[in-house]
Design a protein around this ligand. Structure first.
Ligand code: GLA
Length: 712
């Protein structure tokens, strides 16, 4: 519900309130966000003379009013607020100052789709649009708010007049008047994405920036702000997530009076956007609230993502189990070898065969050919359509790996269009995996990518594309775009291709990927229903990546495969049942050569796939609960929304002599129901409050248990 009473704006979703007020000087204050309140939270503001805190000119002799300590909906450098700003604007004359004054609002039903940007579109959502105008340049700032369930979606648009302004920072901020708050963030590296870390907000700013031109493996663009004593099952917490896949900035800082500010938005130090008679729409921010800890936050947030953000395509392939040949063959295959793998995959009951890197140009290693998107007939000994026909004749769908944003210097494309790569004019570029990044801010490049994808999708009769991105942007210079606009315009170019594909091929499944999970974010999830979670396919390490990712992303979006042992990244050997159980926490697949499996392993994998298919819709549509997450053991559960069914998966790491028993409380079930599991009946209250003794045998390392729980 959105209520406007005079200058007070109160936005209420399920169990939260978000409140703003226009003050006497037409600035927008942020009064409150948190558990539901009634009334006007400006009673919390303490107005008194604070010495060195300056006041707006309009306040005359009133020295008690200062933007140096008042909570602000957006904080602009140059208005007397010395905290870290969320908006920095340079005027035409070079001065760095801006004064945005409230001029009006509108209320409407049904949020609007943004052009070439991921956006939350909900027909029955209540929306508020507040317009501010900048005093000097007359630029307008449009703030939008979409209220739905336990979430709030914020939007930001700048409309410049004929007087130019240059935006160097445009983040969403969230000010709190008081309280000890923590930030949970998800850091990592290639093959070790989204490890959860927690820090207390203090006077020194905690800042995270991706200046890689992509979200990155190193720090995700989703954060959780919580009471410092919040746990999985208690305390107030807010998730903040950008619908964006490019560079971004986050900071959190306590101020001199114990209040705090957190801010998140697109762009790094490389962002510098000059506008004149022009608009700039920033990516949206999703905020979800829970007053009952991280588990409930994840459930509410992930339901929102599944309902309103994740792409729904019309594919006939429902939760397809795929086999990807990357770890099976790497670059070393022929058409016949692929066909043999696809046939075996079909026998195991896979729905889709995905041909990974190495099928195009002269690509037999990663030194060449990105950009030359035509099949290597010498290697395949057939053309793409023949290969596709042969594979699909086996009654298994066909998909292809592509890396459209890249070019190798050793390619026909680069010889023809060296100016299409992002690189400085008089300096040798930084190479990443021997490749350069194409300039997606250039329309010619966009048209070339669309054309070759059209060709491949049509000739290859593709049901699926794995869209990879295997290096970050270093050399910010474009032959067509101002340097400071590249970060933004690159992403708009990328999103425009996804929009084109999604409209033209509504039943094509696109899986996102960036050396595993280097671009795992809501921007991509909006266009690609699943993303390869990590290049690390080791079941034990993967469990940590899945747990970290589950805080802010639904498990249905995790591309998750069973690979061979010893594992190619860690050289660890884990039981097949464990590898399969861990892969079930996501969109299931195989990443191995089935022609090399023993008959016993084949039979087991076949059983595992049919088990996964039994649970697939529960896994896709259910709520995910983290029940135990320690160095010794992990346990989680997917519970159907009506709480009538659940799948519990637990892994004990090392086996010990005289082992310690493992117990979990089954948070997420219904206290009033009784449940059947392992042939016994348990009251819900016993499982939730008393707990369950996990039936590990402790006979081997990395042992998994998988339990199906059903309402009696
Ligand atoms: C990336 C992907 C892998 C694989 C290789 C191919 O690393 O994450 O899954 O596709 O590229 O080069």
């Amino acid at each position: 519900m959105i209520k406007v009473e005079g200058s007070l704006f109160t936005l209420s979703g399920d169990s939260y309130t978000y409140q703003m007020k226009v003050d006497d000087y037409k600035r927008l204050l942020h009064l409150y966000h948190g558990q539901t309140i009634e009334g006007d939270a400006s009673t919390l503001l303490s107005l008194r003379d604070r010495g060195f805190s300056g006041s707006p000119y309009e306040a005359g002799t009133d020295r008690t009013y200062s933007y140096d300590y008042l909570p602000l909906e957006l904080s602009v450098l140059g208005e007397g607020d010395f905290r870290t700003p969320s908006l920095v604007i340079e005027q035409e004359d070079g001065t760095i100052s801006a004064a945005f004054r409230y001029i009006g609002y509108t209320l409407y039903k049904g949020s609007k789709k943004l052009e070439n940007l991921p956006s939350v579109v909900i027909d029955d959502a209540e929306c508020l649009e507040i317009t501010l105008e900048e005093e000097l340049s007359k630029a307008k700032l449009i703030l939008t708010y979409i209220v739905k369930d336990s979430s709030l979606v914020r939007g930001l648009k700048l409309i410049a007049s004929s007087k130019a302004i240059t935006v160097t920072k445009a983040l969403y901020s969230l000010d709190s008047l008081f309280g000890n708050l923590d930030v949970t963030y998800f850091e990592g590296r290639h093959c070790g994405e989204r490890s959860r870390r927690r820090a207390t907000i203090n006077t020194g700013a905690l800042t995270f920036t991706s200046r890689r031109g992509a979200t990155s493996h190193q720090i995700n663009n989703g954060f959780i702000l919580s009471d410092s004593d919040a746990t999985e099952t208690s305390g107030n917490c807010f998730s903040l997530e950008l619908l964006w896949s490019g560079s971004f900035t986050f900071f959190a800082q306590k101020d001199q009076y114990g209040g705090s500010r957190v801010a998140l938005g697109a762009g790094s130090e490389l962002f510098r956007y000059t506008l004149k008679d022009e608009e700039l729409t920033l990516p949206e921010l999703l905020i979800t609230f829970s007053s009952n800890g991280f588990s409930e936050l994840s459930v509410k947030n992930n339901r929102f993502i599944m309902n309103y953000i994740r792409r729904k395509n019309s594919s006939k392939l429902v939760n397809p189990v795929l086999l990807n040949n990357w770890e099976a063959t790497y670059f070393n295959f022929t058409g016949e070898k692929l066909l043999a793998i696809a046939k075996e995959a079909k026998k195991l009951n896979c729905d889709l065969f995905v041909l990974d890197d190495g099928w195009f140009g002269k690509r037999n290693d990663d030194l060449s050919s990105l950009g030359d998107w035509f099949e290597n007939k010498d290697k395949l000994k057939m053309d793409l359509s023949e290969l596709s026909d042969k594979i699909t004749k086996e009654d298994i769908a066909f998909g292809l790996w592509v890396e459209p944003e890249m070019v190798n210097e050793e390619s026909l494309l680069y010889k023809k269009h060296p100016e299409w790569a992002l690189k400085l004019l008089n300096k040798a570029p930084v190479r990443g995996r021997y490749q350069l990044v194409l300039d997606l801010s250039n329309n010619e490049v966009i048209e070339y990518i669309k054309a070759f994808l059209d060709d491949l999708i049509t000739r290859g009769k593709l049901s699926y594309i794995k869209w990879d991105y295997n290096r970050f942007i270093t050399d910010f210079y474009s032959s067509v775009t101002e340097v400071g606009k590249i970060e933004y315009k690159y992403m708009i170019g990328l999103y425009s291709i996804f929009e084109y594909l999604n409209v033209k091929y509504p039943d094509l499944i696109i899986e996102g990927c960036s050396g595993g999970g280097g671009r795992f974010d809501l921007g991509l999830i909006y266009y690609t229903p699943q993303s390869w979670l990590s290049d690390n396919t080791d079941a034990i390490e993967r469990l940590d990546i899945e747990f970290g990712s589950s805080y802010l992303y639904p498990i249905a979006t995790f591309g998750s495969h069973v690979s061979a042992v010893p594992n190619h990244q860690t050289h660890r050997t884990t039981p097949l049942y464990t590898r399969s159980s861990v892969a079930m926490l996501g969109s299931y697949g195989l990443e191995l050569d089935p022609t090399k499996l023993s008959e016993d392993d084949k039979a087991e994998i076949k059983r595992e796939i049919s088990d996964y298919k039994k649970y697939a819709s529960l896994i896709k549509d259910g709520d995910f609960y983290r029940l135990l997450d320690s160095n010794e053991a992990s346990c989680c559960m997917v519970v159907s929304c009506d709480k009538s069914k659940a799948l519990l998966i637990a892994v004990n790491r090392l086996s010990h002599g005289n082992p310690v028993d493992r117990y979990v409380k089954l948070n997420g079930l219904d206290e009033t129901k009784s449940y059947k599991l392992n042939g016994k009946v348990y009251p819900g209250r016993l499982l939730i409050n008393g707990g369950l003794l996990l039936p590990f045998t402790f006979q081997e390392d990395y042992e998994a248990v998988r339990l199906y729980i059903e309402e009696l």
